[in-house]
Design a protein around this ligand. Structure first.
Ligand SMILES: [Zn+2]
Length: 443
């Protein structure tokens, strides 16, 4: 009798364990079934195809083949991805590509995904980077549609380099730098300091600065490449990117005020782009009166920005303060028929600065191009921009930035170009932007 009781208890324990296991499995199945179905290397389920906005095939899920053209494969590798890329669309859209849902499984068939991206723009952007590591991104700031998104270095997925893990030329190759990296913003940050000055300094129109090429601040010396000139107003100070003037403004505004404007610009937040979480930037509010505070106001110190949130911020300046979260997916189809329910939900937006502040920034960024960077390289496009040259230390060439937008309802495009170790921002990164924008706006 005693033995029988023990056996009953054991049987009950086993039954309870089984039931718990079933519950665990069911919960996992409901939550992660899409991931299991889409798991890389799975031979059991068909995946749909990925096309660019013009119908160029970027990835064939049935055959596992990439684009026909080598330049297309290289320039879209980070978006399409192979098993090494965690932020690739094959990875984050696996449930859509397999057409999986917990009720019908994959019985309804795989989905094809049609991107907003123009692959030929990616090819131009990748070629324009000319072997440099970096990022080029262009998007429609009214809809969020990404037109161009390149992360360099890349490689041909049909012929992966054998030395990809040892060769420094491929350093960080598996990262999509646009989504997953943060960089010192350099002088692009002066847009933030300018916004803070517009809103916090009632006498900004009377602000004048004389640059002698260096300024002593908090026991350190903040330098400019040369003496920028006498009695410059705020527009001139931004156009020539005077470090002395911006360190002076940062000292007046204070670290906590600058921090508030970095946060308001959305640069400290992570964005969700079709299921991809972007890296968030950082800013340290330095002590009042310190040289660090001066350096933080010119974008050096410890400031870091993510290229994707910078792109959305640039778009918001063009868009009266409304930032539109970037989006890559245009439509989904089964056997050529659109799936209305699967279309992306309404665009995702957030507010940055007031419409008045954005209008003033827009005029100043337009002035940068006209008086400093050179309008001729942009044809007749109303480009508004800020360049940046971010010191990276260690004797390496600085990173070159060029970020901004076109102020034109017919071409509502914002852009970010970062050329790692590219040296002077306006010349190097500005030229990459000019090539891509010319093609993006061509009829
Ligand atoms: Zn200066």
């Amino acid at each position: 009798m005693k033995r029988l009781k023990r056996r009953t208890i054991i049987a009950l324990v086993l039954a309870a364990a089984f039931a718990a296991g079933m519950v665990f499995f069911l919960v996992q199945w409901l939550w992660k079934g899409d991931e299991w179905v889409g798991f890389f290397g799975s031979q059991y389920y068909n995946s749909g195809a990925i096309y660019d906005t013009n119908g160029v095939l970027l990835y064939n899920g049935e055959t596992g083949e990439y684009a026909e053209n080598r330049a297309t494969r290289v320039a879209t590798l980070h978006l399409v991805g192979d098993q090494n890329f965690g932020t690739s669309l094959r990875s984050v859209l696996s449930d859509r590509l397999t057409g999986y849902n917990p009720i019908t499984g994959t019985a309804l068939g795989s989905h094809d995904v049609h991107l907003t991206l123009d692959a030929s723009l990616n090819e131009t952007a990748y070629a324009a980077l000319n072997g440099h590591k970096g990022v080029v991104a262009v998007y429609d700031y009214t809809t969020g549609d990404i037109k161009c998104l390149v992360s360099s270095p890349s490689y041909d997925p049909n012929n992966p380099p054998s030395d990809v893990n040892e060769n420094s030329a491929y350093e960080g190759v598996y990262l999509n730098r646009f989504f997953s990296s943060t960089y010192p913003p350099g002088s692009v940050f002066k847009i933030i300091t300018t916004a803070a000055a517009i809103e916090e300094k009632d006498d900004l129109d009377q602000f004048r600065y004389t640059c002698t090429g260096s300024l002593e601040v908090g026991g350190d010396v903040i330098t400019c490449p040369y003496a920028h000139g006498a009695d410059m107003d705020i527009n001139q100070c931004l156009a020539c990117s005077c470090n002395g003037a911006y360190a002076t403004l940062a000292m007046e505004l204070g670290g906590s005020t600058l921090a508030k404007y970095v946060e308001q610009a959305g640069l400290l937040d992570s964005l969700n782009v079709n299921g991809i979480s972007t890296a968030s930037g950082s800013f340290v509010a330095e002590e009042d009166g310190s040289a660090y505070l001066g350096w933080s106001g010119v974008g050096q110190d410890k400031d870091l920005v993510n290229p994707c949130s910078l792109l959305a911020f640039m778009g918001s300046i063009a868009n009266e303060g409304e930032a539109v979260v970037p989006n890559l997916v245009g439509s989904e189809t089964i056997g050529g028929t659109a799936i209305p329910a699967a279309l992306p939900d309404g665009k995702d937006t957030y507010e940055t600065y007031s419409a008045e502040t954005c209008q003033r920034l827009k005029e100043m960024m337009r002035n940068n191009v006209v008086t400093e960077y050179g309008q001729s390289q942009f044809g007749d496009l109303a480009v508004c921009a800020k360049s940046g040259t971010a010191e990276v230390g260690g004797g390496a060439e600085p990173h070159a930035w060029f970020a901004g937008f076109i102020d034109d309802p017919d071409h509502p495009l914002a852009f970010v170009v970062l050329v790692e170790n590219g040296s002077a921002g306006a010349r190097v990164a500005g030229s990459v932007a000019a090539q891509v924008l010319a093609q993006a706006t061509a009829e």
